[in-house]
Design a protein around this ligand. Structure first.
Ligand code: CA
Ligand code: CA
Length: 346
């Protein structure tokens, strides 16, 4: 009771009136975790997981390849991945490996979330995410032909085992912050030293053959971005213990810009691009490059969250299968637009 009185007094003081959000329901009762299992026009499928820890900040986005459905019994996956009608086949519960008929799914879920609510829903051919701190919903996937399931959860509704499985199944999607600064594209990366780079170097980034990946020295990369006068400038560092033909970096920027650096070659930079290698790099290889920002990238509500930048590294070591690391899924239509923030250092 004493604590409550102090809380009430605190809410009445003018200084706190600005800060305190008027939330009548206990925060812990509200959904902070959402997922959507979708199919795109090219029949590829993916499941997107959204975690909103703070209603005033951007959410963490993660993804799993294929369909995954989360319910009170845990995580489910269809027994045949390419099945055109997964509702008609058995599904496997990833928690206990039992098979059962398809789990009950929701196609819409509009319960209130933290703040003014966060929702995950489909409209036309888009998967949209409404965030409490933004006026209009933002598209996180385009060209969605079908939504299999949508759900909102609170951590408290899910068992620890289920939360561990979510961590194991879902891959990171990294937000690469961009700074509104110029850089000389000359192979000297010193002018980037004060800018935070995003490291693609943890097990959550390994898209294929996670059991073959041997840690950051085996294959990893870091990337920093700037936006300057219609261009996106990037500094990219790659570490790899065996650089062999076929090792390559691929960079996708918004719709339409795709760049390939072939690290198996002495000259890895594409000839038609401003791109210079850092000849002094001590470990692996490093590059500075300038990409044209896709036209029209500044319009539309999705750009409140920025321009999608996806960077991947494919590593093929001797006598090993190809390992791929990525900052976001390879599905073209997934916007996951947190990838490159519009401006401002983080
Ligand atoms: Ca430079
Ligand atoms: Ca390697």
């Amino acid at each position: 009771m004493l604590g409550l009185s102090l809380l009430l007094l605190g809410c009445l003081s003018p200084g706190d009136a600005v800060e305190a959000p008027a939330v009548a329901v206990a925060e812990e009762a509200l959904p902070t975790l959402g997922f959507a299992a979708i199919e795109l026009a090219d029949r590829s499928r993916a499941t997107i997981l959204v975690r909103l820890d703070d209603p005033r900040r951007d959410p963490a986005l993660r993804y799993a390849p294929g369909l995954v459905v989360l319910n009170a019994e845990g995580l489910w996956r269809p027994s045949l991945r390419a099945e055109p009608a997964p509702e008609t086949i058995p599904w496997t519960n990833l928690l206990n490996n039992t098979a059962a008929s398809a789990p009950a799914t929701r196609l819409t879920d509009s319960r209130d979330g933290p703040g003014d609510g966060f929702h995950l829903f489909s409209r036309d051919d888009k998967l949209l995410l409404h965030l409490p701190h933004m006026g209009s919903p933002i598209p996180i996937a385009h060209g969605v032909s079908r939504v299999f399931a949508v759900g909102l959860f609170n951590d408290g509704e899910l068992s620890d085992d289920t939360l561990d499985l979510l961590d194991a199944e879902f891959r990171s999607v990294d937000a690469v912050p961009s700074s509104p600064l110029n850089a000389d594209i000359d192979g000297d990366l010193n002018e980037w030293s004060h800018q935070r780079a995003v490291a693609i170097s943890s097990p959550g980034h390994v898209v294929t053959q996670p059991e073959v990946w041997d840690g950051p020295r085996d294959a990893s990369l870091s990337v920093a971005a700037r936006r300057w006068r219609g261009e996106v400038l990037l500094a990219v560092r790659v570490r790899d213990d065996q650089l062999l033909p076929g090792d390559h970096v691929s960079i996708e920027l918004g719709p339409g810009v795709k760049v390939h650096l072939d690290l198996g070659q002495e000259h890895a930079c594409p000839a038609d691009l401003r791109c210079v290698e850092d000849a002094t790099a001590l470990f692996g290889r490093a590059f500075e490059l300038a990409l044209p920002a896709p036209r029209g990238a500044q319009s539309g509500p999705g750009d409140q969250l920025g321009l999608p930048l996806v960077i991947r590294y494919a590593d093929r070591d001797a006598n090993e299968p190809l390992v791929e690391l990525a900052s976001a899924p390879s599905l073209q239509a997934l916007t996951l637009a947190l990838s490159l923030s519009p401006s401002g250092p983080s």
